[in-house]
Structure formats: structure tokens, C-alpha cells
Design a protein around this ligand. Sequence first.
Ligand code: ADP
Length: 351
Amino acid sequence: MTAEDIKAWLSEVRHPAKGDRDIVELGMVDKIETDGDRVEITLAFPKRPDPLKDYLAGSARAAVIRHAPAASVSVVTVVKEEKPKRQTLDLNLDQVNNVRHIIGIASGKGGVGKSTVAVNLAIALARLGYKTGLADADIYGPSVPLMTATEGAVPGMTEENGRDLIVPVEKYGVKWMSIGYFAQNGQALVWRGPMACNALKQMILQVQWGDLDFLLVDMPPGTGDIHITLVQDIPMEGAVFVTTPQQVALADVEKAIDMFRNKSIDRKVFGIVENMAWFTPEELPDHRYYIFGRNGGEAMAEKFGAPLLGRIPIVQSIRESGDAGEPAALSSRPDGTAFIELAGKMAETIL
Ligand code: ADP
């Protein structure tokens, strides 16, 4: 691969705050060095710190890896007219000072409905009158844009006390921020390790949240390094765990709970939400089919000495309303009230 190839690949990286122009066109690609599979890219930023610095560096790296999966890519960012230096993060906790409770929504594995619960909980909390925000940190499958029908929204930028901040997207009474707003449609995020962590931290700490009662963080599933750094670097008070009653899911959630309670992390486990607790077909409203097993969430709650905050059935309208961008919690159907009850119980447990 030549520097010209790499330059062409980098032209796929767009700057969301600059009218979607690409970084080559914007003159931000300062230097490309390549030697075998090793690639070093230097991105130049104007004097003012750019809040999207980590995002753009991550995207540049991802763009090269997409075309040359074997490449070892490092991205250095420089401020024009200054000596190159390794990027450092300007993250402090000012933006979450006025957030009363930062709560992770976690799960042991993907597909248990963690994001569905997180988005519906956020809307339900707002409907109960709490000022609520949700940061979608699920790097493997950001779902807030789809579930709230805000795909394509480009978060604005603002300056406050000399710091550049990202303005969250507001809809349904909730402030939303998602890593998905910064990815181009259909492009998988291939960030790993520290780059992913920094981008995620930015999505939480460099956002103009303002005054909030609850900031929910939709965590990536599992218990990797990303989780540990996220929890350690963000003043997260504790987490709510989403599980299905299925045994495998329970074993995984156990691992995730252990991580939160580990001495070096030491965060609260506010409770368990049992999702997909049973299925009730529309034509047989009095029947409950326990297709993933019965009372798994209750057993887990008992085992870990944490309350069972709620049980959400499998309801076709929960999936459909999520896919349509109008989550169930907005409705007064039984599936909507299930989330309102859950939010009430959660608020009561935490406040
Ligand atoms: P996760 O965040 O754990 O990966 P998602 O929230 O993306 O899971 O949910 C996975 C799929 O299951 C989605 O299609 C979602 O609409 C659906 N789903 C989640 N919870 C329910 C439920 N209670 N009833 C019906 N469908 C659900």
C-alpha cells in the first residue's frame, strides 16, 4: 500500500461538524508514513482543541484497517504550528457535575434487550418528571439513533468556559448522545482498546448535559477492558443489570456483577431487570409462556442481594416500536406501563 492509497482511504473519513467534508479535503492529513504493514498518520488540527479529535483519529485508523486489515496503524494528532505530540485527552468532570446520578445499564451478553430497556427506561424516567439523559456507549451496536428515530442527526458543538462541548440530541424529553451519531451509516466501528475508551469517555464527559437527575449509560455487553476503564474513569454510581431468565445469560450477568463489585471498582448494584420474562400472545392475554425459563431474575436478585426492579414480558410491540423509533415507554399500553413501573421502582431504589 502506498501513501496515495492511504490518502484515498482517509478521504472516506468525514468531519461531522464541518458539513460532512472529509479530512483530506479539509487539509487535516498532515503526514502519511508507511513501511510494510506499518502506517503512521499525522492529523493536524487548528489551534482550538477539537472535541472530535479522538473520534476522527479513531475513524482514520478504522478507515485504513478496513482496506488493509493487517496494517498496524498509529495516528498522531498535532495542533498546527506546534511540535507533534501524542494525543492527550482533555477530559474533566465539569460536565457531569450537575448530574445527580450516573447509572450504567449493563448486561452479561448481547441480545438480552439491554438497549431496549435503557432507552425505554430513559423515556419512562422523563415521563415521571426526572431530568434524564442517556449516553449510548455500546460501541458494538449503538442503538439509540434507530430506537429514537434520530439517525442522521448531527450533534452540534458549542463552547463553554473555553471548552468545546458536544450538544446532545433532544427528543421525547430525554437528552441523547450516541457513538452512532458519529459513524457513517452501515459502517462498523472497528475501534479497539484505548481508542475506543477515549471516544466513549468523550461521549459522556465532553457533552453539555446540564442539570440532570439521571444520566443512564448504555454499556457495551460483557466485562472487557473497556468496561473497567469506563467505570473507573466516569463517576458512575452503580449499575442496573438486564438479564433474560435463561441460564447462560445468568452466568454471564454474574460475571458482570462480580466486575462491578470487585474491590478495585467497587460500584453499587442497584438491581436486576428480567427482560423477556414471559410471552403472552395477543389472542390469549391471560396466558404466560415462560420460554426462557421461569423466575431466573428473581433467583439472581436473591443470590446477589439486589432487588428485582422489574420484569418485562416479550411483547411484539416492544420490538416493533423500538424499530420504528417510538419506544413502547411513550405509550399507555401495558408494555408502556411496565417500563413506567420499572422506572418508578428504580428511582425509588436510587434516590
Ligand atoms: P442488547 O442491547 O442487549 O443487545 P437489544 O435491546 O438490542 O439487546 O434487543 C435485541 C432485540 O430484541 C431487539 O430487536 C429488540 O427489539 C428485541 N427486544 C428486546 N426486548 C424485548 C421485549 N421485551 N419484547 C420484544 N422484543 C424485545
